[in-house]
Design a protein around this ligand. Structure first.
Ligand SMILES: [Zn+2]
Length: 344
C-alpha cells in the first residue's frame, strides 16, 4: 500500500459540524448491517473546498462503498461551494477556441455530421483527420447519441452543457437540468435549454424522453433508487438511459486506496459495483446492456492525490504510465461503470 504521502500546504481542512451529519446505520443499497470500515480520514483532495475528514464503509454483501457519517441533505450544499460545473463555456482564450475547433473537426469526421464551430479544413486533409478521428477519446454516451435515432433528450446534471451542445448538433431536441446555478447561467448564456434543479423535476414529465443522459450523478444522490425510478418514468417506452459512475471495484481504486480520485468525499455518497448497479436498474424495470471499455480515467488524478501534489506533475504522469502498463497486462476492473439501459 502507498506510504509517505506529502501533506499539501493548502491541506487545512476544518471539520464538518457534527449537528450537520447523519449516521448511516445500514448499507443504503441493500440494508445489510455487514459493513466494514474501508477508508479513514478521506478529505476533499479533488477540489480542496469542502471541510471534513470522512470515512467510507464497504458493504460486504453488495460491495457498495458508502460515506458514513455523511452530510445531512440540508447541509450538503456546502460541499459544492467551489465545484467544477461552475466553469462556463464562454470564456475561451484564442488557444482554447482553436483547440475546440480542431476537436470539432475530428468529431465531424467521426460522426459524419457537421459539428460547429470547426476549422473547415480543405478536403486534402480529410484522410489524415479521419484516421485521427477514430482515436479521439469521446466522453461516454457521445457515440451512443450519434448512433441512436435523434428524439427528445434530457441531460440530468448537465453542467455547463457540453453534451447538450453536441446532442443539438446531432439532431436531438436537447434539454438539461443542473443544480449549480452558475453552470445553469453559463449554459443558458450559450443558448441551451437548461433548468435549475435536480432529477426530481423529471417527475413532472412522465413518458416524455427518448433518451436520458445521467453522467456522474447517481453517486451524488441520497436515494439512488428514487433517481432510477423517476428516470424510468420520464422515459418513453423504448427509451434509452446512458449512465456513468465510478466503479467501486476499479483496479485504480484497489491500487490507490483512499487516494483514489473516484471517492471525492464528501460529494460522492455511494459508489457501486457494476453488478449492484445493474441490479438496481433491473429492479426498476430497465433492460441493461453493459458497456465496459476498460479505460482507467482517474489514474493521473489518483497519482496526483497520492503524491500530495496540487496539480498533475511529471512524477504523477510517469507513475500513471507505469501503472497503466502493469494493469493492462491483466483483465481488470475499469475505473467507471458505463451502462446503457432500455425501458422496454
Ligand atoms: Zn449492501
Amino acid at each position: 500500500m502507498l506510504q509517505g504521502r506529502k501533506i499539501l500546504n493548502h491541506e487545512t481542512f476544518s471539520e464538518w459540524p457534527i449537528e450537520d451529519l447523519d449516521v448511516v446505520s445500514a448499507c443504503p443499497v441493500c440494508s445489510s448491517a455487514e459493513g466494514v470500515l474501508q477508508h479513514e480520514g478521506v478529505a476533499d483532495w479533488s477540489f480542496n473546498t469542502a471541510p471534513g475528514h470522512w470515512h467510507y464503509w464497504r458493504c460486504t454483501v453488495c460491495e457498495t462503498l458508502y460515506l458514513n457519517p455523511r452530510p445531512t441533505p440540508q447541509s450538503i450544499g456546502r460541499a459544492y461551494a467551489s465545484y467544477y460545473t461552475h466553469s462556463g463555456q464562454g470564456t475561451h482564450s484564442m488557444f482554447q477556441s482553436w483547440r475546440q475547433r480542431w476537436k470539432n473537426e475530428r468529431l465531424s469526421e467521426r460522426f459524419d455530421r457537421n459539428i460547429e464551430p470547426r476549422l473547415n479544413l480543405p478536403r486534402l486533409f480529410r484522410s489524415s483527420i479521419a484516421k485521427r478521428a477514430q482515436r479521439i477519446a469521446l466522453p461516454f454516451g457521445w457515440q451512443e447519441l450519434a448512433d441512436l435515432p435523434p428524439g427528445r433528450l434530457m441531460d440530468v446534471g448537465c453542467g455547463s452543457g457540453a453534451t447538450l451542445s453536441l446532442a443539438l448538433q446531432l439532431g436531438w431536441k436537447a434539454e438539461g437540468l443542473e443544480m449549480d446555478p452558475e453552470a445553469v447561467r453559463a449554459a443558458q448564456a450559450a443558448g441551451l435549454s437548461v433548468g435549475d434543479g435536480g432529477y426530481e423535476r423529471l417527475s413532472q414529465s412522465p413518458s416524455s424522453f427518448d433518451c436520458v443522459h445521467c453522467s456522474h450523478v447517481i453517486e451524488h444522490v441520497f436515494d439512488p433508487r428514487d433517481l432510477l425510478r423517476v428516470v424510468f418514468a420520464a422515459l418513453k417506452p423504448g427509451g434509452t438511459l446512458i449512465l456513468a459512475t465510478p466503479n467501486a471495484l476499479s483496479d485504480v481504486h484497489l491500487h490507490f486506496g483512499r487516494y483514489w480520485r473516484g471517492l471525492e468525499a464528501p460529494r460522492h455518497l455511494m459508489i457501486f459495483s457494476e453488478s449492484t448497479l445493474s441490479g438496481l436498474l433491473m429492479e426498476q424495470g430497465f433492460v441493461v446492456d453493459s458497456r465496459c471499455d476498460q479505460q482507467l480515467e482517474t489514474i493521473r488524478e489518483s497519482a496526483r492525490i497520492a503524491n500530495g501534489n496540487k496539480r498533475i506533475r511529471s512524477q504523477d504522469r510517469a507513475q500513471a504510465r507505469q501503472l497503466r502498463q502493469s494493469l493492462d497486462r491483466t483483465p481488470h476492473g475499469q475505473d467507471f461503470i458505463k451502462l446503457v439501459a432500455h425501458k422496454p
